[in-house]
Design a protein around this ligand. Structure first.
Ligand SMILES: *Cc1c(COP(=O)(O)O)cnc(C)c1O
Length: 452
């Protein structure tokens, strides 16, 4: 096999004319929850094979320790300022995940009434919840106020008016923060970039002061903070610093106008290493922001989602069919785009590694180039392309980095029941959501009744 090795920094990949080889052992060296022991993939102390035998595939598996480690990295790194880490529920909303974080003292960032119900069901505190999202309904607001929500992050004047109206009806005061759009380029995928002026999110910098002044006149509104969220999977700290500078400018303007805040919320968006990405560490992220934040004297909120759960999770899938063709080899697996849509939706590259190491690495005779695809009737149904792997039908593969925006974005397209979810802690594994049954998918549907 001819290959030009391309090693950048601590790259775990080799690019060849045939495709991409990801060294499974080098990759897992960067993923704290995973390692190979005697050639068998383990999460914490649990052999992944055992998980497959118990729960079948496709199956999402999450490490409790990996989730907590990142959460604690945030809280330790920002220990010198008053802070609240509000985990972004949309990244992974399983009750077990929320419960582990609630127990650790986390707050939550939600975007719907349903997410708030999940947080409360998992033992989270409503007063540590911030309610984000560009389109809150009357019902959402009513429910959140009744539960004692910590803060609404508002994005428009009409939303402000609606919240005031609902609060008045309930005879409550609604704590609010304004989501400002700092107009900085997060330099990430356009679908997950949210801080540019032509995005639908936030209120333009120039309009923020007027909106705060408007809010200050409303009887049932209490101004508590300011908020921004510029995108997701950001690997550099510079856009965060640029956004912070813009927000600080606004805070000064508000102070000059007699409006005092209690907190500043810098959103989420810190990136993770999926394969060879080199995101800034949480510690360095904190070091870059802390001098400015300490000076402000406000409580600092963050809304991390992906960085807390992505690398705590894998999606396990079985190779069902090997289909070599004249131009391409397809490995058809039992997971598909309905289980994990990131590759199809964002062109995301995720690592696919064997759960049992082949006896040799890239040079083994039966290594071939495979597209790892699902069985759904869409050409866009792929999980990975042009990967050098040695595959047999019946093998189990692990797709790493699948803890965030994996299960939560899954669907029942093609009447496929959604995957089971399992949590691992130490030597224990526990089913945290059973695989759906096909019958359950249509249990509430009704045949059309012709008039008698
Ligand atoms: C999605 C989202 C987050 C979390 O983003 P991550 O990239 O997962 O950290 C935080 N805040 C808001 C408002 C969001 O929409």
């Amino acid at each position: 096999m001819s290959h030009s090795e391309q090693k950048i920094g601590e790259s775990v990949t080799t690019h060849t004319a045939q495709g991409l080889y990801i060294d499974p052992q080098a990759l897992t060296a960067h993923l704290p929850a995973l390692d190979y022991r005697d050639g068998a993939l383990h999460m914490e102390q649990v052999n992944i094979d055992e998980v497959v035998n118990h729960y079948g595939t496709p199956c999402y598996v999450y490490s409790k320790q990996a989730i907590l480690d990142v959460y604690h990295a945030y809280s330790k790194s920002f220990a010198s300022v008053e802070h609240q880490i509000c985990y972004a529920v949309k990244a992974n909303s399983n009750l077990a995940v929320l419960g582990v974080l609630a127990q650790a003292g986390a707050g939550f960032d939600i975007v719907s009434r349903g997410e708030l119900m999940r947080v409360l069901a998992a033992g989270g505190r409503a007063d540590r919840v911030v309610f984000s999202g560009v389109g809150k309904t009357y019902g959402d607001i009513e429910y959140a106020l009744t539960q004692g929500i910590g803060c609404f992050n508002i994005e428009s004047i009409s939303e402000l008016a609606l919240i005031n109206e609902v609060a008045k009806t309930l005879d409550k005061t609604a704590p609010i923060s304004l989501r400002v759009n700092p107009d900085v380029d997060a330099k990430t995928h356009p679908y997950i970039s949210t801080g540019l002026k032509d995005n639908k999110f936030g209120v333009a910098h120039q309009e923020a002061l007027a909106l705060y002044q408007q809010a200050a006149t409303l009887s049932h509104i209490e101004i508590v903070g300011i908020d921004c969220h510029i995108g997701s999977q950001l690997t550099e700290v510079a856009p965060f610093v640029a956004a912070l500078d813009k927000v600080i400018e606004l805070i000064q303007g508000l102070r000059d106008n007699g409006i005092e805040l209690r907190h500043i919320d810098l959103g989420g968006g810190l990136g993770v290493r999926y394969i060879d990405e080199m995101p800034v560490s949480i510690e360095d992220f904190a070091q870059a922001l802390l001098p400015k934040l300490s000076e402000l004297g406000l409580t600092v909120f963050f809304e991390p989602g992906r960085s807390i759960v992505a690398n705590a999770g894998v999606l396990l899938t079985r190779v069902d069919v090997l289909k070599p063709t004249a131009h391409k080899n397809f490995a058809i697996v039992d997971a598909a785009m309905n289980d994990l849509i990131r590759p199809a939706l964002y062109q995301a590259e995720m690592a696919v590694i064997p759960t049992v190491l082949p006896s040799a690495g890239i040079e083994t005779a039966d290594t071939q180039t495979w597209d790892i695809v699902g069985a759904i009737c869409e050409t866009g149904d792929f999980l990975a392309k042009d990967r050098l792997l040695s595959l047999q039908t019946g093998d189990t593969l692990a797709i790493t980095g699948a803890g965030a925006y994996g299960f939560t974005m899954s669907s029942n397209y093609n009447s496929r029941p959604r995957a089971s979810e399992v949590m691992v802690a130490g030597e224990r594994h526990q089913l945290i959501r059973p695989r759906e049954t096909v019958e359950a998918l249509y249990a509430d549907e009704q045949l059309w009744q012709d008039a008698p």
